[in-house]
Design a protein around this ligand. Structure first.
Ligand SMILES: C[S@@+](CC[C@H](N)C(=O)[O-])C[C@H]1O[C@@H](n2cnc3c(N)ncnc32)[C@H](O)[C@@H]1O
Length: 293
């Protein structure tokens, strides 16, 4: 790969997905894009770049998707799901007792292990939420990972990562070497393609936002910009959950850390913008009501 090709790719990736590559990541680009160029029947990365310069949107999408890191697994890091069950849900159930509806957004949800982990947590507290309307919206930049997430089909290896065996037996069906999330659990998660670099105000506001292990790839200004918009998308008494290596501290004060709960944040009351009603002006997503399930 020539230095101009590398510069072109770095800028393209930054503009399209926020991925901030340092000057020495040629090996990463080569390891991800050489297989793609072969798949496209092209001799190398320079030819991929030429196609993109020629305006091939399909190649650009494939390049951006090939360069994103989709690593995820069920109940990743465990603690966020403990916080969800023991801290977030009890508070939200109390605060929303009159309206009996909860909106959860799993931003950068990859192949679905994170939103389905949340759905399983909710199922495990079905008595407390009987009759409640609960939405889980899973979004990602990549259509490819969203498709897999929608299918809810995972390999033996994938279900062995983080998923307790009782949950596997309870919420999945085996089909040969593969496992599929049960239809009723799949129906609890709505999927949408969404780039966090773009406006997401049309999603409305949420009681809980999981935005984990994606901001880590972005530069500081991009993180601040996204935090500011996430704060507007979080109800004033809602929660933001970040990945283990991510924090708002030192970047912005629109969120404040929740005491003694690593990775958990709340909008900073003094700063958070007034909440917009989810019902008002939102392109109504198909709602997976949990009532009676
Ligand atoms: C490492 S995975 C994290 C998955 C999950 N949140 C977790 O913590 O296990 C990062 C995901 O972010 C997505 N992503 C990368 N850039 C994005 C962007 N600009 N907007 C939305 N999603 C993005 C990738 O496609 C990938 O699926």
């Amino acid at each position: 790969m020539t230095p101009p090709d590398y510069d072109y790719l770095r800028k393209l990736l930054k503009d399209h997905s926020g991925l901030d590559l340092s000057a020495d990541k040629q090996y990463l680009i080569e390891s991800r894009l050489l297989p793609l160029s072969r798949k496209c029947g092209l001799p190398g990365i320079s030819e991929l770049v030429l196609k993109m310069k020629g305006g091939s949107a399909a190649i650009t999408t494939q390049v951006v998707e090939a360069m994103t890191t989709n690593e995820t697994f069920f109940f990743r890091d465990k603690a966020p799901f403990d916080h969800f069950r023991d801290t977030i849900m009890p508070e939200i159930l109390q605060a929303r007792a009159s309206r009996r509806s909860i909106r959860i957004w799993c931003a950068a949800s990859s192949t679905g292990q994170e939103p389905y982990s949340l759905a399983m947590c909710l199922r495990e507290m079905s008595a407390a939420i009987a009759g409640w309307r609960i939405e889980i919206i899973a979004t990602d930049l990549s259509q490819e990972v969203l498709e897999k997430s929608r299918s809810g089909i995972y390999s033996q290896f994938e279900v062995q990562r983080g998923l307790p065996i009782q949950m596997l037996v309870k919420y999945f069906k085996q089909n040969g070497e593969l496992w599929q999330v049960n239809a009723d659990l799949r129906a609890m998660v709505q999927h949408r393609q969404l780039n966090l670099l773009h406006d997401f105000s049309q999603l409305g506001t949420f009681d809980v936002i999981f935005c984990r292990n994606v901001l880590i790839y972005f530069d500081q200004d991009t993180k601040i910009n996204i935090f500011n918009r996430l704060a507007k998308a979080t109800e004033p008494d809602g929660f933001l959950v970040l990945g283990a290596a991510e924090t708002v501290v030192g970047l912005t004060d629109v969120f404040k850390p929740f005491p003694e709960r690593r990775g958990l944040y709340r909008p900073n009351g003094a700063r958070a913008a007034p909440a917009r009603s989810a019902a008002a002006g939102v392109a109504a997503p198909k709602v997976a009501a949990m009532a009676g399930r």
